[in-house]
Write a protein that binds this ligand. Structure first.
Ligand code: ZN
Length: 164
């Protein structure tokens, strides 16, 4: 089942989400539905506040061939470096921005079996994780962006990058 995506400036997107205290059947169903919703919108990540659930949960799939990453109660444990790149968000259609993020991160999280993992990520993958984790604290990329762009400006920016 697909969920409707909560759109900016809905107050739900600004709220700090609650920790998951138990992995229930409802939570597992929600994870499946979040993935379906993300794929239906051609997204690479979706956080629970974006479907109206104030919970510290996110799903991520940077590439169709990647495994689905499900983050429950993720915590940032280490980070280094900084890069600036383009971001977009399913909750803010048509808006793009240049956003500084840590280059490399280590996070700790639980999966749907309740097993705790530590994960190291860099580049684009690390960027998606940071974007989704921001959602859990009520953060949006437009608040961190050093420059906001329309779709037209973003396409132009990408073309200039390729011509460099
Ligand atoms: Zn987003």
């Amino acid at each position: 089942m697909k969920y409707p995506v909560v759109l900016h400036p809905d107050k739900l997107l600004k709220r700090k989400a609650e920790k998951v205290t138990a992995i229930t059947e409802e939570l597992v169903t929600m994870l499946d539905n979040m993935y379906e919703t993300m794929v239906a919108h051609d997204g690479v990540g979706l956080a629970a506040p974006q479907i109206g659930q104030s919970l510290r949960v996110a799903v991520i799939q940077a590439d169709e061939e990647d495994d689905i990453l499900e983050l429950i109660n993720p915590e940032l444990v280490a980070y280094e470096g900084e890069t600036v790149d383009i971001e977009a968000c399913l909750s803010i259609p048509g808006q793009y921005g240049l956003v500084p993020r840590y280059d490399r991160i280590v996070i700790r999280y639980f999966d749907r079996e309740g097993v705790e993992y530590e994960l190291e990520a860099d580049d684009y993958f690390s960027r998606i994780i940071q974007h989704e984790m921001d959602h859990l604290d009520g953060g949006l990329f437009i608040d961190k962006a050093t420059k906001l762009m329309t779709e037209e400006e973003m396409v132009q920016y990408m073309e200039e990058l390729e011509n460099d």
